[in-house]
Design a protein around this ligand. Structure first.
Ligand code: ATP
Ligand code: MG
Length: 256
């Protein structure tokens, strides 16, 4: 018994080393930190290293319009690190989501501050969603334009987007997502405002991501955004042979 235990341990260690090698290779391929980030972002990354929030940024998972998302190793677990671009970010679209939000009344009209507020907003929204029992990545830290959160995936492979998944039980997945929209609205008092198959990851369950533009219910456009989210969901799931509520019914269910 004892021997087999030791063997298992050795096997595990070997697998771990192999995985690390693969990660290292991938990170070399993509030349991650140096030269990619501006000086201020590099400083913030080193601050996160020094505070033991991050051990190593390994490779890029996604390069989006406003942010890149990286796979990283943390002291306790794998991490996803979302780094909003300070310099080249397109920020005009952000204002309507920040201005109506009472949590960000004092923000100055400078791009840099807006980006920092945007990252903080995502962190706060993730926390609120988690408290309301909506499945989102657990947020660990936010510092300036960098958000550190739970990595959704296995062995360094990020979970696919809902839009790229073949669902064996689409009804169950739809019902679950609609329930999350309701919990977000009723318990977290938030509307996601960019919900679609592009912002939901799927492992063995749906995980809602990308909630920086999420607004509180006091926001003047909250209900309009909710209707847009519901339309996106209903449209996506209309290609499956499942029972779907009408838009009015879905709205009633979420808000009633
Ligand atoms: N916590 C996470 N775990 C694993 N992968 C993640 C995580 N968060 C984000 N990703 C990946 O990074 C991609 C971009 O993330 P997100 O949607 O939050 O950023 P974005 O700025 O909206 O990017 P885009 O402009 O591409 O939509 C996601 O589609 C997903 O593949
Ligand atoms: Mg997105």
């Amino acid at each position: 018994m004892k021997v087999s235990y030791v063997d298992d341990k050795a096997d595990n260690l070997e697998t771990k080393i192999d995985k690390r090698k693969i990660r290292k290779k991938r990170s070399e391929d993509q030349s991650v930190v140096e030269g990619v980030f501006d000086t201020e972002t590099q400083k913030t990354i080193y601050e996160l290293y020094n505070r033991n929030i991050l051990d190593e940024i390994e490779f890029v998972i996604s390069t989006g319009k406003e942010a890149n998302v990286y796979y990283a190793i943390g002291p306790e677990q794998d991490l996803a690190v979302k780094i909003y671009r300070i310099k080249t970010a397109e920020t005009r679209f952000m204002w309507p989501y920040v201005i109506g939000d009472p949590r960000f009344k004092r923000i100055r009209r400078k791009t840099r501050d807006l980006i920092f507020a945007w990252a903080e907003k995502e962190f706060k929204n993730l926390n609120r969603a988690r408290t309301a029992k909506v499945r989102v990545p657990k947020p660990f830290a936010v510092r300036k334009n960098i958000l550190v959160m739970e990595f959704i995936g296995t062995d360094g492979d990020p979970a696919p987007l809902l839009k790229n998944c073949t669902l064996s039980k689409p009804q169950k997945v739809f019902d679950m997502i609609l329930k999350y929209v309701k919990l977000l609205f009723q318990k977290a008092k938030l509307v996601h405002a960019d919900l679609s198959e592009f912002n939901i990851l799927y492992t063995d369950e749906p995980v809602i991501i990308d909630i920086s533009q999420g607004v509180v219910l006091d926001h003047p456009n909250a209900r309009e955004f909710l209707i847009r989210d519901l339309k996106n969901l209903l449209y996506y799931f209309s290609s499956f042979e499942i029972e779907l509520p009408s838009l009015d019914q879905a709205y009633e269910y979420v808000t009633g």
